[in-house]
Design a protein around this ligand. Structure first.
Ligand code: NAD
Ligand code: MG
Length: 372
């Protein structure tokens, strides 16, 4: 995986970057007011028919603009209830019902308009419907624009676990309209910033430096700063995904902060903490454990903690979780192989690595120290 050069500042206008996956390659368009720009969609829709999948929060805000961009196609839509708790097989079936009721064939293109929940469900429906139809991602949360819409993971939750039923299915295009972020709550915006900071930490020190200066502009929704951060985040994710499309190795680095975050989300009951909030604390705790192991300088841990706080994210885990419960929850995480806890830790800012042998004592000490 090649390192990225200096952060080049984007314009607020439409720009394009490509995810290189051979015949499954696709463009990501980033910019303001792309939603109703037909040029973003036309080249990626083969047939005449489009099924828009959105939810009851996003549709009233953006469905009309999207429909304007799709003018000329035969458009149907299915509007799902809003919320992670509806990311399940029952709700997924509403999409199949709509496709079948409208007698859509394999030439239909599914367009996902919404955050990661809508994107994951619409993408999974596209992977399954008549054994696979094309789909386009139109992400409307920061998290979806920098993370969930890119990389081809789709799926739904099962009562036994998050994202347990799913498929890899790459979109034909991703259209990230930064203007949609203007209606997003501050809390959701900050949650997306956790994943943005994560890319800097994994392999992009220059981006981390840039973020230290620009996070206030991002929180103020400065269009140039947003386009730059989304572009750079997607470049990072695209490089990792291109190197390891189906997560047999390097893609696991994207889980930096997520084992700790998972324990917080599950331990406090899903929905109490936003995923990005838990990941924010998870990044800080990964840094603290790395420092405890002698891998990371204290000054770098402090920088990480400061940047996460500056993004409006919590930096201290809930004190309600006893450390044995933490270990239990981290051990049921997907990062367990053959009984060993595998964690992504840091050897520096921009230098993450997956390690198989974390000492449980050091981990306990890190948790105890974090729960000040
Ligand atoms: P979300 O989709 O639930 O969106 C958060 C909230 O914001 C929702 O209430 C939504 O309706 C609302 N919303 C969306 N866009 C809005 C807008 N422009 N203005 C106002 N409100 C808006 O949550 P999310 O954080 O976008 O995504 C989380 C989901 O993504 C999880 O299910 C997670 O598992 C999944 N995910 C998938 C991947 C992947 O690789 N496929 C990666 C990361 C996360
Ligand atoms: Mg995440």
């Amino acid at each position: 995986m090649g390192a990225l050069g200096p952060v080049s500042v984007s314009t607020a206008e439409r720009q394009r970057l490509d995810v290189e996956l051979g015949e499954r390659s696709y463009p990501i368009y980033i910019g303001r007011n792309l939603l109703s720009d037909p040029a973003c969609y036309r080249p990626y829709i083969v047939g005449e028919r489009v099924m828009i999948v959105s939810n009851e929060t996003v549709a009233p805000l953006y469905l009309d603009a999207l429909r304007a961009g799709l003018e000329g196609f035969e458009i149907d839509q299915v509007i799902l209830p809003d919320g992670e708790r509806y990311k399940d097989l029952t709700t997924l079936n509403h999409i199949f019902d709509a496709l079948l009721e409208r007698r859509c064939g394999r030439d239909v293109t599914i367009v996902a308009l919404g955050g990661g929940v809508v994107g994951d469900m619409a993408g999974f429906a596209a992977a399954c419907y008549q054994r696979g139809v094309p789909f386009i991602q139109v992400p409307t949360t920061l998290l979806a624009q920098v993370d969930s819409s890119v990389g081809g993971k789709t799926g739904v939750n099962h009562p036994a676990g998050k994202n347990m039923i799913g498929a890899f299915h790459q979109p034909r295009a991703v259209i990230a309209d930064t203007a949609t972020l203007e209606t997003l709550s501050e809390r959701e915006l900050s949650a997306g910033l956790a994943e943005v900071i994560k890319y800097g930490l994994i392999s992009d020190r220059l981006f981390f430096d840039w973020l230290e200066e620009k996070v206030p502009a991002l929180r103020a929704l400065d269009p140039v700063a947003l386009a730059t951060a989304i572009d750079r985040s997607c470049q990072n994710k695209a490089l990792i995904v291109a190197a390891d499309e189906r997560e047999s190795g390097q893609r696991a680095l994207l889980n930096l902060g997520h084992s700790f975050g998972h324990a917080i989300e599950a331990g406090t009951g899903y929905g109490t903490w936003l995923h990005g909030e838990a990941v924010g604390v998870g990044l800080v705790m990964a840094a603290q454990l790395s420092e405890r192991l002698g891998w990371l300088k204290p000054v770098d841990t402090a920088r990480i903690q400061d940047l996460v706080a500056c993004a409006g994210l919590p930096i201290v885990p809930p004190d309600s979780l006893p450390s044995e419960r933490w270990l239990e929850l981290m051990a049921v995480d997907k990062k367990v192989q053959r009984g060993r806890l595998r964690l992504v830790l840091l050897q520096g800012i921009g230098a993450a690595l997956l390690t198989a042998d974390v000492d449980a004592g050091q981990l306990r000490a890190t948790i105890a120290a974090a729960q000040r």
